[in-house]
Design a protein around this ligand. Structure first.
Ligand SMILES: O=C(O)C1=N[C@H](C(=O)O)C[C@H](O)C1
Length: 287
C-alpha cells in the first residue's frame, strides 16, 4: 500500500485582483496543517489549475513546498496535449513531490486502449507515485473496469482518486489490492471509508477540517456509530459546498472565516448571496 492515507485537501488557489495571493495561500495551508490533514494537493480541480498558466502552477507548487514537508505534497498534472504534458511533468519532477494526481486527458475522449497507453506513458516517465484521477463528468472519459485494473497494475500507480460514481469499479479496485482508493466524491466519504478506501481528497474538508479528520480516524478505529454521527453532522455542509460550481462555495466559506478572499478566475463566479447565507451558519459552527 502507498502513503496515500487520511484526509488530503485539494487546496484552493487564492487570488487577489486576478493575481496569485501567496499570503492567503500560506495562511490557509498553515491552518490546514494545524488541523492535521494528511497532506495538501495543489493545482487540482479545486485549485482552479485549468485557469492557471503552467508557470503559475509551478509557482503555487514551489510556494507550498516551502511550508509543507514534501512527502505531504501532491501536484495535479492535467492536460490533453500529451507532448506538452510530459514536458511539464519533467519540470514538476525537478521538485520533491510525494506524487502526481493525473486525470484522463479531457475533451479528446481517447479509446480504452488510448487511456491505457496514456497512463503507462505518464507512469513510465514518473519518478514518484501516480494517483489516477477518475472523474468522468469533468473529463468526458469513462474507464471500463478492465481498463482501470490494467492501468493500476503499473508499479508506479499507487492510488485512484475515485469520483467515477461506479460502485462496481470501486469494489473491483478495492478487491484488487493493487492500489489505495481515495474517495473524491465528498458525499460518499462515509461509505467509501467503510468499504476500505484509505482516505479522501475532499474539497469540503477545507471547512471543519478537524471533523473530516475525526471521521477518518473513527472509521479506522472501528468506531462506526461515532463515524456515522460525524458524517451526518458534516452532510449539510458537504451538500451546500457543492450547490454551486466548486470551488466557489468553499472559497466563500473560507472568506467568511477571514482565511482568504473569495475571488475566482473567470469564467468561474463567486458564490451567490443565497449560497453565502446558507453556508455561513454551517461553516461557523465550532470553528
Ligand atoms: O480538486 C479536487 O481534487 C476535487 N475535485 C472534485 C471536483 O470538484 O470535481 C471535488 C473533490 O472534493 C475534490
Amino acid at each position: 500500500m502507498s502513503a496515500f492515507q487520511g484526509i488530503w485537501v485539494p487546496v484552493v488557489t487564492p487570488f487577489h485582483d486576478g493575481a496569485l495571493d501567496f499570503i492567503g495561500l500560506r495562511r490557509l495551508v498553515e491552518h490546514l496543517l494545524e488541523k492535521h490533514v494528511a497532506g495538501i494537493m495543489v493545482c487540482t480541480t479545486t485549485g482552479e489549475a485549468a485557469s492557471l498558466s503552467r508557470q503559475e502552477q509551478l509557482a503555487v507548487l514551489d510556494a507550498v513546498l516551502q511550508w509543507v514537508p514534501a512527502h505531504r505534497v501532491v501536484m495535479g498534472l492535467a492536460g490533453n496535449n500529451q507532448i506538452e504534458l510530459l514536458q511539464f511533468q519533467d519540470q514538476v519532477l525537478k521538485r520533491p513531490v510525494a506524487g502526481l494526481l493525473v486525470p484522463a486527458p479531457s475533451y479528446i475522449r481517447p479509446s480504452q486502449a488510448g487511456l491505457e497507453a496514456f497512463f503507462r506513458t505518464v507512469a513510465d516517465a514518473s519518478s514518484v507515485p501516480i494517483i489516477l484521477y477518475d472523474i468522468p463528468y469533468r473529463t468526458g472519459v469513462t474507464f471500463e473496469q478492465a481498463t482501470l485494473l490494467n492501468i493500476v497494475a503499473h508499479e508506479r500507480i499507487k492510488a485512484v482518486k475515485d469520483c467515477g460514481g461506479n460502485l462496481g469499479n470501486t469494489l473491483a479496485l478495492l478487491a484488487s489490492g493493487e492500489v489505495d482508493v481515495l474517495c473524491g466524491e465528498d458525499i460518499q466519504l462515509f461509505n467509501a471509508l467503510c468499504l476500505g478506501a484509505s482516505g479522501a481528497i475532499a474539497a469540503s474538508a477545507h471547512v471543519h477540517t478537524e471533523q473530516f479528520v475525526a471521521l477518518w480516524q473513527q472509521v479506522r478505529d472501528n468506531q462506526l456509530a461515532e463515524a456515522r454521527q460525524t458524517f451526518f453532522q458534516l452532510l449539510p455542509l458537504i451538500q451546500t459546498l457543492f450547490m454551486e460550481p466548486n470551488p466557489a462555495p468553499v472559497k466563500a466559506a473560507l472568506a467568511l472565516q477571514g482565511l482568504i478572499g473569495s475571488e475566482l478566475r473567470a469564467p468561474m463566479q463567486r458564490a451567490s448571496a443565497a449560497l453565502i447565507a446558507r453556508v455561513q451558519p454551517l461553516s461557523a459552527l465550532a470553528q
